[in-house]
Design a protein around this ligand. Structure first.
Ligand code: ZN
Length: 311
């Protein structure tokens, strides 16, 4: 017998999919918000990306042009965070992992408490019923010494539960981040990093080993290597995937061929997420429906993946 979520997928009923609990474990707040909310609060209308971009540089240029500097200061970023909770709430997301880049502490006079207040206010106003997992993250282009300096007071606060690393995968070798990851691990954080979106299957496994990752953001390149998929499955490392992002950044040519199928079949734990819904135009509910309608996964498999995200 099918569950309400499976029945909603089979009926193509987006409202019913929205009504089912879901997680979003891979989302960036600046392009993660509700379009209407951002328009009301900032007078900024961000239409979803039309077409396909070819690089992270093109993506950053697109974001800069669309955001018109609105998210550069603390006030604008506070709106972006609240908009992210609103977007998640509207889509029926009940578990959301999102948070600040550590450099953002420079916008708050280096006060970790002030960063924390901004985030908790966004949560309280935007979606207090959402089970929020506070994340801190590193931008991969930042010098390690600076990341270390910014991270220290945020770690000391004892509130953040996970660590992520994002940005241009090829700009600095993964090894340089290892000491910072050790420190975060000692503080009890769950460890994640963006890898295998632009890089290779070997890059994915190397990052897992060097940084001792619990989860990987994207990691789709792992599907090119049966050996790496086997190692990920055996180690129980979870991949937080974002299919529409992969299409819009030209990492996957057709949704029908999305690597989620191969990863799932190899026993790798996967979840379905949005990455940047304001930019890519798809909510978690739409991501699930798209995968079902493209014939990539069955309703029962997608339900299992949904529950994996809520675990
Ligand atoms: Zn991402």
């Amino acid at each position: 017998m099918s569950t309400p979520f499976q029945a909603a997928l089979e009926a193509g009923d987006l409202a019913a999919i929205r009504a089912c609990p879901k997680a979003d474990l891979h989302i960036h707040a600046i392009m993660g918000g509700c379009r209407e909310f951002v328009r009301e609060r900032l007078g900024l209308d961000v239409a979803p990306l039309d077409g396909v971009l070819g690089s992270m540089d093109e993506m950053h240029a697109w974001v800069d042009a669309q955001s018109q500097g609105c998210f550069r200061d603390a006030a604008g970023r506070a709106v972006a965070f609240e908009a992210t909770f609103v977007q998640a709430r509207n889509d029926g997301v009940t578990r959301l992992e999102v948070g600040s880049d550590v450099w953002e502490i420079t916008l708050h006079d280096h006060s970790a408490q002030s960063v924390w207040s901004m985030l908790t206010t966004a949560h309280a106003n935007g979606g207090p019923q959402i089970d929020w997992i506070p994340q801190m993250s590193f931008s991969r282009h930042c010098p390690v010494r600076a990341l270390d300096y910014w991270m220290a007071p945020l770690l000391e606060l004892g509130r953040f539960l996970t660590l992520d690393l994002s940005g241009d995968e090829l700009i600095q070798p993964i090894e340089v981040f290892a000491p910072l990851y050790r420190r975060a691990k000692r503080a009890g954080l769950r460890l994640k990093a963006h890898v295998g979106e632009w890089g290779t299957a070997d890059d994915v496994w190397r990052a897992v080993e060097v940084l001792e990752l619990d989860e990987v953001q994207h990691g789709i390149a792992a599907a090119d290597s049966p050996q790496v998929m086997r190692m990920l499955a055996n180690a129980g490392v979870r991949l937080n995937l974002c299919p529409t992002s992969n299409l819009k950044l030209g990492r996957v040519a057709r949704l029908e061929d999305h690597p989620i199928r191969r990863l799932y079949d190899a026993g790798v734990r996967v979840t379905v997420n949005t990455d940047d819904p304001l930019m890519f135009g798809a909510t978690v509910s739409q991501e699930f429906l798209n995968l079902f309608q493209a014939g990539v996964m069955s309703a029962a498999e997608l339900d299992e993946i949904r529950l994996e995200g809520l675990r």
